[in-house]
Design a protein around this ligand. Structure first.
Ligand SMILES: *Cc1c(COP(=O)(O)O)cnc(C)c1O
Length: 391
């Protein structure tokens, strides 16, 4: 097969700084490029291919649904979306689910619900949502506005009002920011795009305390951390936090676009008929694939994720050029002496696909990656990290 990079550059809008890699197929944690070269995947397409490429069970679930009913619209009931909502509620202890197509949309729905909850409770008044500096919540104008990074707050104004940012981990700044106007605090338990930074238990406990005092909602953005990635179904479980709203996407669909916003009993009825909607949301094919994924993220798999995460840490700790390792389960960020972007580019040359997050090398491997694949990939990664430290 001939390459398609040049035509991509000609016809696809130039919003991405792509790595020099033309992918065509794969199986499990292995990608195959246009020349037939194989790569071990430590990125899962940014945490999406949770059971890797072309996983047999997922493909079977998707194709069975594809030949039955591919779409019906939300004017009617379809079974995959019903079963998926039930499965997500049972896994999480939440009460109701709204389906969309992406992380940004899942967050948009969470934001709308928090605003309406506040408005209902305060005679139509408009509340404020507090998010964290260095967060990432999406690319729509409103989720960009919610994202606590100045680099995202230019060129596309006017932005959406009603967001306020506090420093992750700064309890005093948080305490000063919340009040009667606060509708919600929205957090990533581990900031993903921001550099794989887990929140401290103390900070999360303070959010909980302040929520009880002021009556605001807690929204956990689990777009990246959800669906088993960190060794719990949702990362908030590590902190003993029961959010009022959880948003998720990425790994949920196993490779097809789907987003979900989960509501606790407290927020379950805040959005009523015609308050929100989506043409594609809860699409039967995406939902059937997602259901097969959710059903497989059980305690045994979660233990495996934790064990593999520990295994990677042990392998990298003290390695030449590795400064520190942060994260949980199979969501890890490695601070390196050499430049992360160069390390990832060189890993691709050597047959390993990893990610960056700010100044770190980020790993989000498929949850079913084998130890043999991990060993091979980690050996290359360590060599490259060591070489770049010398460079
Ligand atoms: C990726 C991500 C989003 C945005 O998801 P899209 O599917 O790209 O819209 C939002 N929040 C977090 C925490 C993410 O990691």
């Amino acid at each position: 097969m001939s390459g398609f990079k040049a035509r991509d550059k000609e016809f696809v809008a130039g919003t991405y700084g792509r790595f020099d890699l033309e992918l065509v197929s794969g199986k499990g944690a292995v990608f195959c490029d246009v020349n037939g070269k194989e790569y071990i995947d430590l990125g899962s397409g940014i945490g999406v291919n949770i059971f890797g490429v072309a996983d047999d069970e997922w493909v079977a679930a998707v194709t069975a649904q594809l030949s039955k009913l591919q779409h019906a619209s939300n004017l009617y009931y379809t079974e995959p979306c019903t079963l998926l909502a039930e499965a997500l509620c049972k896994k999480s202890g939440m009460s109701k689910v709204f389906f969309s197509n992406s992380g940004a949309e899942a967050n948009e729905c969470a934001i709308k619900a928090a605003r309406k909850y506040y408005s209902d409770a305060h005679g139509g008044a408009e509340g404020e949502i507090i998010t964290l500096k260095n967060s990432f919540h999406g690319r729509t104008v409103t989720t960009l506005s919610a994202t606590g990074q100045d680099v995202f707050h230019k060129n596309f104004g006017p932005f959406t009002d009603g967001f306020r940012f506090v420093t992750a981990g700064d309890c005093e700044e948080l305490e000063n920011a919340v009040g009667d106007k606060t509708a919600a605090v929205m957090i990533e338990m581990i900031q993903g795009e921001g550099g794989v930074n887990p929140l401290s238990q103390e900070f999360v406990d303070r959010i909980k305390k302040l929520a009880e005092k002021h009556g605001f909602l807690i929204i956990s953005d689990e777009v990246q951390t959800g669906n088993g990635r960190t060794g719990k179904y949702f990362a908030c479980e590590h902190y003993g936090l029961k959010p009022d709203i959880i948003s998720t996407a990425k790994g949920l669909g196993g490779g097809l676009p789907i987003g979900a916003t989960l509501f606790s009993s407290k927020t379950a009825s805040v959005l009523g008929a015609s308050d929100h909607g989506s043409t594609f949301g809860g699409n039967p094919v995406a939902a059937a694939g997602a259901l097969s994924i959710v059903n497989r993220v059980d305690d045994a798999l979660l233990c495996e994720v934790t064990a593999k995460g520990e295994y990677i840490r042990k392998s990298l700790e003290g390695a030449k050029g590795v400064k520190s390792i942060a994260g949980m389960g199979l969501m890890l960020g490695i601070e390196t002496e050499g430049d992360a972007k160069r390390i990832v580019a060189e890993c691709i040359n050597r047959g390993v696909v990893a990610l960056t997050a700010k100044t770190k090398v980020r790993l989000l491997p498929p949850l079913n990656i084998t130890y043999d694949q991990l060993d091979k990939a980690l050996n290359i990664l360590k060599e490259v990290i060591a070489n770049e430290a010398l460079a």
